[in-house]
Design a protein around this ligand. Structure first.
Ligand SMILES: NC(=O)c1ccc[n+]([C@@H]2O[C@H](COP(=O)([O-])OP(=O)(O)OC[C@H]3O[C@@H](n4cnc5c(N)ncnc54)[C@H](OP(=O)(O)O)[C@@H]3O)[C@@H](O)[C@H]2O)c1
Length: 259
């Protein structure tokens, strides 16, 4: 049985990714920052997939001082080694959205927190996973990136910088790890429907990025399908990007319907 480790999978897009891999027969490991939410998610997944092997772990990218908690990542992988569990597929879904980290207004620590979570922590996870994949003859690492890696959005300077950095990391890893048959790829979603849509319906009703050429934004399931494609159906593909944004990034400006 193949094992996938999915970060940030107690809510939203991460849930859809867990469901996709569980329904395809993978053993699914996932992370979240609060043990209560991890246990609740585990219970919910087991109710939907009673026969699947699904286990959650508490993992925070950051220590209390804001630095990356490298030891926690190493401890998780050592624990899995002890149980003879090999993570063949790593899905880097968790992200600090960097909301509220505005230019001129915030301390530098707000910026580095986002970069540490979205870039440095993902490097640490990739390195630990790749070390084992190298020994086992290969594996797959998938970043859930963003179309903001190419097109900036306002008041999200740290997030946009981190997603651009993540793509550079993806390419560098794909180059260095190819010789070990480790494939590294990225899914670039545009706007995804999440619980934030229910909490703020007026904002999302009018947000320009919802007016895509296809007329729809992505669901978590659209993103999960693209992630699964890289994991299971893209044997000779590495360093690649798959944009899942309804065609948004090919427009010069959104086609907002006239009222
Ligand atoms: N939503 C969108 O419109 C959109 C658009 C383009 C790209 N994306 C990308 O798609 C992915 C999923 O997006 P989403 O909106 O579903 O995410 P989300 O709802 O913001 O959830 C993010 C997850 O990341 C985890 N996380 C945040 N900070 C963390 C930290 N310091 N350490 C460990 N985990 C941390 C959260 O853990 P907890 O559950 O513990 O809080 C949560 O599970 C992200 O990579 C995002 O950048 C999203």
């Amino acid at each position: 049985m193949k094992t996938v480790l999915i970060t940030g999978a107690c809510i939203n897009t991460g849930v859809a990714i867990v469901e996709k891999f569980a329904s395809e027969g993978y053993r699914v490991l996932f992370t979240g920052r609060s043990i209560e939410r991890v246990r609740a998610a585990e219970e919910a997944y087991r109710a939907i997939f009673p026969k699947a092997d699904i286990k959650g772990y508490r993992l925070d990218a950051l220590s209390e001082d804001g630095s990356v908690d490298e030891n926690a990542v190493k401890a998780l992988f050592c624990k899995l080694d002890g149980q003879n569990i090999f993570v063949e597929t790593l899905v880097l879904n968790a992200a600090d959205q960097g909301l509220g980290a505005k230019l001129f207004e915030n301390p530098l620590s707000d910026f580095t927190k986002v970069l540490n979570t979205n870039v440095v922590w993902n490097f640490v996870l990739s390195e630990q996973a790749a070390m084992r994949m190298r020994e086992r003859g290969g594996g797959s690492i998938i970043f859930v990136n963003s179309n903001t890696a190419y097109r900036a959005i306002p008041d999200r300077v740290a997030y946009v910088a981190s997603k651009g950095g993540q793509l550079g990391l993806m390419r560098a890893l794909s180059l260095d790890l190819g010789k070990y048959k480790i494939r590294v790829n990225a899914v670039l979603p545009g706007m995804i429907i999440t619980d934030r849509w229910e909490k703020n319906p007026e904002f999302y009703a009018n947000v320009p990025s919802r007016f895509t050429p296809l007329g729809e934004v992505a669901t978590g399931h659209d993103v999960a399908d693209a992630v699964y494609y890289f994991a299971a159906c893209a044997n000779n593909t590495t360093g690649a990007e798959l944009v899942v944004d309804g065609g948004n990034t090919i427009q010069l400006y959104p086609q907002i319907p006239q009222k």
